[in-house]
Design a protein around this ligand. Structure first.
Ligand SMILES: NC(=O)c1ccc[n+]([C@@H]2O[C@H](COP(=O)([O-])OP(=O)(O)OC[C@H]3O[C@@H](n4cnc5c(N)ncnc54)[C@H](O)[C@@H]3O)[C@@H](O)[C@H]2O)c1
Length: 424
């Protein structure tokens, strides 16, 4: 461990920043991100992801840079860049390729390269090592080592943070496994689990997220069935949850950078290996379809309206998850696209976002406060700011014969006006 004193974290986003900060309490650390704006904000102590405060970011041994030339001579490189999917839902490895090429330019004998991004099984030893070996004269387990350690944080969760969740680690041989295990033990209070191989560690992470996606898809499908049967899904869940082994999942929209993406990575790899996954694909299909259920409910509700007046819809929340400013793969964008085609006049509000953060095609819908009374309110992302609203907010902001779609069924309103309350 003595020989490993300088670490470089590549990618300072939701995963990379907290990691860089924790390691900088024990090691000299260079945090590198290619996004100049992000680095400059962090240097001023501003984390727009609202994870860390100014005093957390200001660490004596933490140096931040957007210049590749400043990450030379590190002993350990940790990659935490995005692993998204392309339009046709295939792994988009471009950010990872770019980051690995950056490491290759700086790689020297004895270095360890650890990947934290979520990937399909085998990627570290196939894709990453292939780039590192082909761009240098160095050979794996002879001149340099690799490792994989998945990140388990959940955006917006202030309790289960990096230090408080057990961390899975792995290395390309016994030597690197030992070093990586010791390295993470220095910062993780909850303990470190050494997986027997990199492939096991990669697979464990992807399975965690696939399992979550499928469990939610099952609840979504159940809600569609119970809706047809005119049975209240949440009453069913309440009753079923009294059994010790019933898993407490609820229906909902699955967005974000992890759960709605990672199953496609496993599907891709499975198909390459000659197996066509059925449950994983079906789960994705059900979850991808849930915005249609909301838009159909809204359309059906207003079908009876005779006049040609525009129907005003207010969408509360645009981020993919409550109390978190992350809009990546938010299903609400899909919902807006479905609704805007019809005779609906849409406004969106989200206290966690500024207009500058809204993608261009959606800017025109964004307001700080709804301008007029609505015929429909969709409580899409129940941020704590929205949960403060009492029944008078809904009654004052809604016309008679209107509806609320409460996506996560969080509202307990006893409305006096004629307002219909819907959820999955
Ligand atoms: N967000 C989470 O809670 C979470 C949890 C577990 C795992 N993960 C996984 O971790 C990985 C990173 O996710 P994230 O949410 O931190 O992403 P992010 O978008 O918040 O951060 C990634 C950062 O990497 C930078 N970057 C991209 N390409 C780069 C390059 N070539 N060189 C240097 N910097 C580069 C970006 O500018 C960005 O700041 C993904 O694989 C994700 O699936 C994320």
């Amino acid at each position: 461990m003595e020989n490993y004193s300088k670490i470089c974290v590549i990618g300072l986003g939701y995963v990379g920043l907290p990691l860089a900060v924790e390691f900088s309490k024990k090691f000299n650390l260079i945090g590198y991100d290619k996004n100049k704006l992000r680095v400059n904000q962090l240097k001023k102590g501003l984390d727009v992801n609202s994870q860390l405060k100014k005093q957390d970011i200001k660490q004596k041994k933490l140096k931040l840079t957007y210049r590749k030339s400043e990450i030379k001579n590190c002993d350990i490189y940790i990659i935490t860049v995005p692993t998204p999917v392309s339009k046709n839902k295939k792994p988009d490895l471009n950010p990872l390729k770019d980051a690995t090429l950056t490491v290759a330019q700086n790689l020297s004998k004895g270095n360890i390269v650890i990947l934290e991004s979520t990937v399909y099984p085998g990627l570290t030893e196939e894709f990453l090592v292939q780039i590192l070996e082909s761009k240098t004269d160095l050979k794996l387990n002879k001149h340099f080592y690799v490792g994989y350690s998945p990140e388990r944080i959940s955006p917006g969760d202030k309790l289960r943070t990096l230090k408080n969740v057990k961390k899975v680690v792995s290395g390309s041989n016994q030597y690197s496994s030992r070093i990586i295990f010791k390295l993470y033990k220095k910062i993780i209070n909850a303990g470190v689990y050494l997986a027997p191989s990199i492939k096991v560690a990669e697979s464990s992470k992807i399975l965690e997220n696939v399992q979550r996606d499928i469990n939610i898809s099952l609840m979504n499908e159940a809600s569609l069935i119970f809706d047809k049967l005119k049975i209240d899904t949440y009453e069913v869940l309440k009753a079923a949850s009294t059994k010790w082994n019933f898993l407490k999942f609820t229906p909902g929209l699955v967005g974000g950078h992890c759960i709605s993406v990672d199953p496609y990575y496993l599907k891709y790899k499975a198909e390459k290996a000659g197996y066509k996954p059925s449950i994983i694909s079906s789960g994705r299909k059900v979850n991808e379809n849930m915005t249609k259920i909301i838009s159909n409910k809204i359309r059906l509700f207003f079908k009876r309206r005779k006049n040609n007046n525009k129907i005003r819809i207010g969408i509360m929340g645009l981020t993919f998850k409550e109390n978190c400013p992350d809009i990546r793969n938010s299903q609400i964008f899909k919902l807006i696209n479905l609704l805007k085609k019809k005779r609906f006049d849409i406004e969106i509000t989200d206290p966690l976002l500024k207009i500058s953060e809204i993608p261009k095609p959606f800017k025109k819908f964004f307001v700080n406060k709804f301008s007029k009374k609505k015929d429909c309110l969709v409580l899409a992302t129940p941020h704590k700011e929205f949960l403060k609203y009492k029944k008078n907010y809904y009654e004052n902001n809604l016309n008679d014969n209107s509806m609320i779609f409460d996506v996560q069924k969080v509202l307990k309103l006893n409305l006096s006006k004629k307002i219909s309350l819907y959820s999955f």
